[in-house]
Design a protein around this ligand. Structure first.
Ligand code: AMP
Length: 436
């Protein structure tokens, strides 16, 4: 038997409706904030992700799927969405018509990580990118969009962790003191952090290995090194969040995994006890130089990404179901070949009229066909045998009331529609009385 590659999984029919509903929810929220979808290739040129020799992130240095295609082109499966969107933004000159592009994407990403619970080698992300504005208000908008999504999934106690990495000048002065601090503890640093000390010392603050060591806690904090403009900008982001009643917590150790971030960085958490430490549902930050690094004009930008698997898991733990039980309108039980042929004609009429129907193509026994009607959660079960067929009639059972009737084959469609309409009217307060 051929099995799926390690770190991948199948989304089976029972789960795929939740995926579709999550995607639908995301699209609705993006519409509320006026973000438009962009779809970029799943594989890109190697250079899209490996531009910066100093990039020390695990994702770029250790986890990309890189390969040569049959014409010897160096290709990388996308490990994240931002770089591909940025490449497309520059290549298609999206900046020409719109000074600000508000985009979102959704789809599979690939990272060669050690597979474990909640970590896969193929996984899905949703992300937004707001390109072209350096307003602190748009940073707050992106965070607010993320919080709205979490709320729509029925999760409460949303926590925004936020920090500012400041502008280049601020980061340079912070970097100097940080290098000085960690250099005096170099022997205690993990191997990765020794490299980070050389290439990107801010990333040491992200280290999961060294995090709890004492010299970590005494490390200088970025907020003491933000220059006046960076401080004012950060305050403006926080003020905008206050204005939207979004709770946040400033975390001076938050630097985020990617090397291109500046100013605002943030993580969005929901209180999910089952998740333990892995509460982060989405995260992002401002990246003002990425677009120009890729050959585009100066384009200050901010973005955020969520893992869809984690959002679904979080939703299933929240108690607010994304989808109700799957149902169909009608399940047909045909007894005999002639009845089966006639049933396909009736189903065709019903489907054209918008009713979902199915029948048993295995010609099973009456009992097994009833079971299938049940399994499909059919609202109506229809039984057509030779006797009924001779009289051009069919037996129909309303599974919600157990009411049974024999009706003309011509009446199947109007009968079901009429019953559904009555039920819909009955569901609206006061209408049921009129109906009686
Ligand atoms: P990142 O792009 O690393 O900031 O990740 C953003 C979100 O994507 C995380 O919060 C996770 O929910 C999700 N994510 C990242 N890597 C994986 C993975 N290997 N498997 C599943 N989800 C992931």
């Amino acid at each position: 038997m051929i099995t799926k590659p390690k770190g991948t999984y199948d989304i089976l029919p029972d789960e795929s409706r939740s995926w579709a509903k999550l995607e639908d929810t995301i699209r609705k929220i993006c519409k509320l904030y006026n973000y438009k979808e962009i779809r970029t290739p799943i594989f890109e040129s190697f250079d899209v992700f490996h531009r910066d020799q100093n990039d020390t992130s695990d994702m770029v240095t250790k986890e990309t799927y890189d390969f040569k295609d049959r014409s010897d082109r160096q290709i990388t499966l996308r490990p994240e969405g931002t770089a591909g969107v940025a490449r497309a933004f520059v290549e298609n000159k999206l900046y020409v018509d719109n000074p600000v592009s508000k985009l979102f994407y959704m789809g599979p990403m690939f990272r060669y990580e050690r597979p474990q619970k909640g970590r896969n080698r193929q996984f899905n992300q949703f992300g937004v990118e707001a390109l072209g504005s350096d307003s602190p208000l748009i940073d707050a908008e992106v965070i607010s969009l993320g919080a709205s999504l979490i709320r729509a999934l029925g999760l409460k106690d949303i926590k925004v962790k936020i920090n500012s990495l400041g502008d280049e000048e601020s980061r340079n002065s912070y970097r100097d003191v940080l290098v000085k601090h960690f250099s005096s503890h170099v022997d205690d640093l993990c191997e990765d952090c020794k490299v980070r000390l050389e290439k990107n010392p801010l990333r040491i603050l992200d280290c999961k290995v060294d995090r709890d060591k004492d010299f970590f806690k005494t490390a200088p904090k970025i907020n003491d090194y933000l220059n006046k403009e960076s401080k004012e900008r950060f305050d403006a982001v926080l003020e905008a969040l206050d204005g939207m009643d979004l709770q946040y917590e400033v975390d001076y150790n938050l630097v985020r995994g990617l090397d291109y971030y500046c100013h605002t960085v943030f993580e969005l958490e929901a209180n999910i006890p089952e998740f333990g430490a892995g509460n982060v549902l989405g995260a992002g930050g401002r990246y003002d130089k990425l677009i120009s690094d890729l050959g585009g004009p100066k384009t200050p930008s901010v973005g955020m990404a969520f893992g869809l698997e984690r959002l679904l898991l979080a939703n299933s733990l929240s108690g607010k179901k994304l989808v109700n039980e799957d149902t169909i309108h009608a399940y047909f039980i045909a007894l005999g070949e002639k009845a089966a042929k006639e049933t396909t004609k009736i189903m065709n009429v019903c489907r054209i009229g918008g009713l979902s129907c199915d029948m048993d193509y295995l010609s099973g026994s009456l009992k097994s066909q009833f079971k299938k009607a049940d399994k499909n959660n059919a609202m109506f079960t229809l039984i057509l045998g030779d006797n009924e067929l001779e009289e051009f009639k069919i037996n129909i059972k309303d599974n919600r009331t157990d009411e049974q009737e024999t009706i003309s084959l011509y009446d199947v469609y109007p009968y079901i529609v009429n019953k559904l309409n009555k039920a819909a009217l009955g569901a609206c307060a006061g209408c049921d009385k009129k109906e009686k």
